[in-house]
Design a protein around this ligand. Structure first.
Ligand code: NAD
Ligand code: ZN
Length: 364
């Protein structure tokens, strides 16, 4: 079973990757000397499939879990739901040595993680991600938070989990569209950090699409290793960690102008990565061949690579990027690549060049 370490001094932790790991949760919590009282935070889709096995495992090891179930989706990632969680934690006398288990996708992980980071000034957190996106991205690295009406992820903190369990078997029930959205982050790791991994994905699209168990274990482990290496060097995003935002400048803009819902995050950053690859060609001389290889992988896994925007939507997209914390005087900051696997962050790109690329988004 692959096993990845995130090295952060006394806050280092382990990511277990494999199948049918949920019933080992209780034993692992014992090994980490976690307190008896705990809270499972989940959403109603995940609860139906996996909450019982997690609850039974905790009880069998002598823990005393309560459960908080939220509505699925981004609508729940807000301060009202955080407040509701705080009230339940107080009612059930959750203590300083109690812990929270985040069982679900990135929404549950970010929300429950934020509650764990702030309740009693911080209690322990265990992440059990159940979407591909959460397993390869959001459950690792300690960023937790919620949305405000003014924008996504505007309130948050850094709170590293005590350990992470990536049970690949939980992905079997994930809807196809959500699974593909996770693949957009998977492919991103190859593009920004590991040319060999990119080639492996490129050559094994059929295994990816069939959710081949052995290949998935390898893929999840490699993504977690890459994220762990980056976070280990730059936990609070003062530099290198920014490369994880490849494709996200335009991707976040697309999510904002389409009203958070029409495109899943993974779909938006698929188009965003195509745009970033084209910009990399113009600005850093990325070869045309590499732009084509990148485009072809996204296309073959069934992610969108084009979007039709009218003139006013194109203007809104540029405005949204200007609002997205990434402006520098006279331009917009981007992560770009010189070649596949070799990225540079903090590059200023003239707004006119960004506009030129946005104009090409309707073409392959
Ligand atoms: N903290 C970070 O570093 C970080 C990084 C990337 C994304 N995020 C956040 O993650 C969130 C998106 O996460 P997501 O894509 O996992 O979305 P999500 O949590 O909304 O899950 C997607 C859908 O899949 C369902 N689901 C989850 N697991 C399932 C399973 N095993 N079987 C069947 N259905 C299942 C959920 O109920 C939901 O309907 C966003 O809020 C984003 O901001 C955070
Ligand atoms: Zn992302």
């Amino acid at each position: 079973m692959p096993n990845v370490n995130v090295e952060l001094g006394d806050r280092s932790y382990n990511i277990q990757i494999g199948a049918n790991l949920l019933n080992e949760l209780g034993t692992m919590c014992q090994q980490h000397n976690l307190g008896q009282k705990c809270v499972i935070v989940t959403d109603s889709n995940v609860e139906a499939a996996y909450a019982e096995i997690v609850t039974d495992s905790l009880k069998a090891s002598g823990f005393d879990p309560i459960r908080i179930t939220i509505k699925p989706g981004e609508v729940s990632k807000n301060l009202q739901v955080v407040q509701m969680c705080y009230e339940l934690l107080a009612k059930h006398r959750i203590e300083r040595n109690s812990f929270i288990v985040a069982l679900g996708g990135g929404v549950v992980g970010d929300l429950a993680g934020f509650v764990a980071a702030t309740y009693l000034r911080g209690i322990s957190l265990v992440q059990i991600p159940t979407t591909l996106l959460a397993q390869v991205d959001s459950s690792v690295g300690g960023k937790v938070g919620v949305n405000l009406p003014a924008g996504k992820n505007l309130v948050g903190s850094f709170h590293q989990p005590r350990f992470v369990i990536c049970d690949r078997a939980t992905l079997a029930s994930l809807p196809d569209r959500e699974y593909k959205a996770g693949l957009a982050e998977v492919i991103k790791y190859g593009i920004i950090y590991d040319a060999q991994f990119f080639t492996q994905l490129d050559q094994n699209v059929d295994l990816l699409m069939n959710r081949d168990p052995a290949f998935l274990d390898l893929v999840i482990a490699r993504c977690c290793q890459i994220k762990a290496a980056i976070v280990g060097k730059d936990e609070k995003e003062s530099g290198l960690r920014a490369i994880l935002n490849f494709g996200h400048t335009i991707g976040h803009g697309l999510e904002a102008i389409t009203g958070y819902g029409r495109l899943l995050h993974g779909e938006a950053i698929s188009i965003g990565q195509i745009a970033a690859a084209r910009l990399s060609h113009m600005r850093l001389g990325l070869s045309k061949h590499d732009v084509e290889r990148i485009t072809s992988v996204f296309q073959r896994v069934g992610l969108p690579i084009t979007i039709v925007l009218d003139a006013s939507e194109r203007r809104s997209l540029l405005e949204a990027m200007n609002l997205d914390k990434k402006v520098v005087s006279g331009g917009i900051k981007f992560v770009l690549i010189k070649s596949i696997g070799e990225s540079e962050f903090g590059l200023r790109v003239e707004e006119s060049m960004v506009a030129e690329i946005v104009d090409t988004l309707h073409e392959q």
